[in-house]
Design a protein around this ligand. Sequence first.
Ligand SMILES: Cc1cc2nc3c(=O)[nH]c(=O)nc-3n(C[C@H](O)[C@H](O)[C@H](O)COP(=O)(O)OP(=O)(O)OC[C@H]3O[C@@H](n4cnc5c(N)ncnc54)[C@H](O)[C@@H]3O)c2cc1C
Length: 241
Amino acid sequence: MAESRARVTGLRRVAAETLELTLVPLSPARFAFRAGQFVSLACGPDQAGKLQRRSYSLASPASSTDRATLLVKLVPDGHGSRYVAGLRPGDEVGFTGPMGFFVPALTHAGDVVFAVTGAGLAPVVPMLCELLARREPGRVVLHWGCRHEHELFYREWLEELATRTRLELTLHLSQPGPAWGGARGHINDAVVAEVGPGRDFFLCGGGEMVRDLTAALVAAGCDRKRQIHSEIFYPVRKVAT
Ligand SMILES: Cc1cc2nc3c(=O)[nH]c(=O)nc-3n(C[C@H](O)[C@H](O)[C@H](O)COP(=O)(O)OP(=O)(O)OC[C@H]3O[C@@H](n4cnc5c(N)ncnc54)[C@H](O)[C@@H]3O)c2cc1C
């Protein structure tokens, strides 16, 4: 796949461990993508001199093709995390894509339920923009889980969106402070309670969450092939034996 180029125009910390990277396209001259797709960013060589790539979802509306944003969770000692954190406005980056099949259907007659954790919100941002602009009858439900308050980002935007659109938003924290007024614990039970005919589920986050929630949805009667769509950001951790 041909390498595309873009210029960094902004780098903003939107949460304790999350950076928002703003890019303008250089070649080709437009970001043409479907909501939910990702790019494979060239993140410089590793210690052996081998170019490392990391996938990052496009987190801005697909309708704005003259700029795009990425939301990058900074993982301790992560190669891609270190590369992105070291970028500055004016720097050029290379990438392949956009690509991927974690995208909304062209029409959704029924409810759409998003179940995401952490930076898994990134591909859902343009999907929400697209779905909420459509004249469709179904509910659009978002369950977003993080550990602490300081991991949340885009919260004001989401809450404001929920006041003026058909978005039904629930924020879940598994380790909240005493003042937290939202849901407590993991997202799984609330998502499984949404199971019903004609509903589409979009799951995004770590491998364990996607694996466990998929199993729970199927056990509750969900059709895995037709109703569950998922994107795994990082694989299930191997337990040392
Ligand atoms: C299709 C796709 C889209 C993706 N979109 C995004 C996105 O929009 N934003 C984003 O931040 N990431 C996204 N990811 C994950 C991203 O590609 C990297 O894997 C991740 O950012 C870690 O890369 P790194 O080089 O910093 O860490 P690495 O050097 O690759 O990993 C270091 C260690 O951290 C662990 N780890 C990796 N990610 C996490 C995490 N989120 N939380 C806790 N531990 C982790 C790894 O298992 C590994 O043990 C996406 C992945 C895929 C496959």
